[in-house]
Design a protein around this ligand. Structure first.
Ligand SMILES: [Zn+2]
Length: 198
C-alpha cells in the first residue's frame, strides 16, 4: 500500500538519511520488481504458508527491502509474483525497526468503525482513490518464525492490514471504488498499456 500523494512519491526526493539507512539495511537483500495491475496473479487468492523456515524469513526480509525501495507501507507476496499468504507492513516506512510487521496467513478477527481515506497501491502506480475501511481492526496471524500473534491497528495501520489481507484474497482497492471511478482508472491503464507505459 502507498500513502503519499503521487506528486510527493514521483517528484520529490526522499529524505536522504532515511534512504541511506534503507540502502544499508537492504544491502544484502533481493529487491523484487513489483507486479502491476493486469497480471492475473494479483486477482487470485494466495496459498497458505505451511513451512516457517529460513527461506521464509529471508523472503520476509526481502519483501521489506522491496517495499522500502518502492516507498510503500505494505507489500503482499502476490505483488512480487508469489501466490502465497504472506505480507509485510511498516507504516513508518523504515524509520522504526519495531514497526516492521510480518503477516503470514493473517485473518481479521474484529473490525470497528469506518474511515473514508485516500489510498494507493504499489501495483497500481499513479492512481489513488477513497476507500471506506474500518477505523480499528484486530487481526490474527503468524510471524516469520511461525509464532501466532494478535495485533490491533488503528487508522493507517488498520487500513494497511485490510489492504494487504485483501491482496492475499486476490482483491485490489479498485474493487472498493464506485464503478464509475474504477472504470475510469481501468480505461486510463488500458491506454497506458497501449502506449507501452504500463
Ligand atoms: Zn496494494
Amino acid at each position: 500500500m502507498t500513502t503519499m500523494p503521487d506528486k510527493l512519491t514521483s517528484s520529490e526526493p526522499p529524505n536522504a538519511a532515511a534512504t541511506e539507512a534503507q540502502q544499508a539495511a537492504s544491502a544484502a537483500r533481493k529487491i523484487y520488481p513489483i507486479v502491476k495491475y493486469g497480471d492475473p496473479i494479483l486477482e487470485k487468492p494466495g496459498a497458505p504458508i505451511k513451512k516457517f523456515d529460513a527461506e521464509l524469513k529471508q523472503l520476509a526480509e526481502d519483501m521489506f527491502a522491496s517495499m522500502y525501495a518502492a516507498q510503500g507501507v505494505g507489500l503482499a507476496a502476490p505483488q512480487i509474483g508469489l501466490s502465497l499468504r504472506i505480507a509485510v507492513v511498516d507504516v513508518t516506512g523504515g524509520k522504526n525497526p519495531e514497526a516492521k510487521i510480518v503477516l503470514a496467513n493473517p485473518e481479521i478477527v474484529h473490525a470497528e468503525g469506518e474511515v473514508r481515506e485516500e489510498e494507493g497501491c504499489l501495483s497500481i502506480p499513479g492512481f489513488r482513490g477513497y476507500v471506506l475501511r474500518p477505523q480499528f481492526v484486530t487481526i490474527k496471524a503468524h510471524n516469520a518464525k511461525g509464532e501466532p500473534f494478535e495485533i490491533r491497528g488503528e487508522n493507517l495501520l488498520a487500513r494497511a492490514f485490510c489492504h494487504e489481507i485483501d491482496h492475499l484474497n486476490g482483491i485490489l482497492f479498485l474493487q472498493h471504488l464506485s464503478m464509475l471511478k474504477r472504470d475510469l482508472i481501468k480505461r486510463k491503464i488500458k491506454k497506458l498499456r497501449k502506449q507501452g507505459e504500463w
